[in-house]
Design a protein around this ligand. Structure first.
Ligand SMILES: [Zn+2]
Length: 258
């Protein structure tokens, strides 16, 4: 059982979402996938604790020594491939199905939103399941490391070592993703910010865009962030895989009271 104040917060979130009448979007980050066994890159036990991002996540270092970077990528892709969506991913898919969420912007590269059933997903930082060739633009769609016979995987056209189609440090966010995400943020009457401190640009601008266009921001995070207070209209502190199902339950209660 939750404290009364928390129950009220779930209900308030549900009210705001229902008032938006479908014009809602979400911005998700690493925090939403932690319950699926994918540890956040930053922070203790993150991937960057083990591998120096300067050495492994910079595009210049991938270009210089792709075999070495694939040691880290191999480990990362294997973890992602085994992961299953959790209740937070499933709740967002349910909101979309109910017509209450029109899009979802994610900073994650794990594909778990799609695995949960979300359809309108804007992958801001790309996805690990697709590989691309830096030399000739050949793409390997839905690569599976568990079925891969040799690593690192190579381009079938030119033989170059392939790169997961994710945004490395030093690479720009794909232009179409930025355009789509900005449009979604501006259109939204409410943005749910989930499992991200939203301090990495340009993802950080998305809640601000919603706010400037007159929309509201609901934040669901374990700890307060820079958004709490100045930007967020409502901050709920707690794990997303517990909070989101409660908000959906509150939506159902409100709807049945009408
Ligand atoms: Zn190629």
């Amino acid at each position: 059982m939750y404290a009364k104040s928390l129950m009220r917060a779930f209900e308030r979130a549900a009210e705001i979402i229902l008032e938006a009448d479908g014009r809602a979007t979400a911005l998700t980050g690493a925090g939403i996938s932690v319950a699926s066994g994918i540890s956040a890159f930053r922070g203790s036990q993150g991937l960057w604790d083990k591998y120096d991002p300067l050495e492994f996540a910079e595009i210049s270092s991938f270009k210089r020594q792709p075999e070495k970077v694939w040691e880290m990528l191999g480990e990362m892709l294997a973890v992602v491939e085994k992961a299953h969506p959790n209740k937070a991913h499933k709740s967002l898919a349910e909101l979309e199905k109910k017509g209450l969420l029109q899009s979802l912007i994610t900073q994650n590269v794990d594909g778990l939103h799609q695995a949960a059933g979300s359809r309108k997903v804007i992958e801001f930082h790309g996805a690990t399941r697709h590989l691309c060739c830096l030399d000739c633009d050949w793409r390997w769609v839905n690569f599976k490391i568990s079925e891969s016979k040799s690593l690192p995987p190579r381009c079938e056209e030119c033989g170059a070592i392939l790169k997961p189609d994710v945004v490395f440090f030093g690479e720009p966010i794909p232009k179409w993703a930025l355009l789509e995400a900005s449009a979604a943020a501006e259109k939204a009457k409410v943005m749910l910010v989930i499992g991200t401190s939203a301090n990495v640009h340009p993802a950080a601008e998305m809640p601000i865009l919603t706010k400037r266009s007159g929309g509201r921001v609901i934040e669901i995070n374990l700890e307060p962030t820079d958004l709490s207070g100045p930007v967020a209209d409502l901050t709920i502190l707690g794990p997303a895989d517990q909070v989101l199902p409660e908000i959906i339950a509150a939506c159902k209660r409100l709807n049945s009271n009408e």
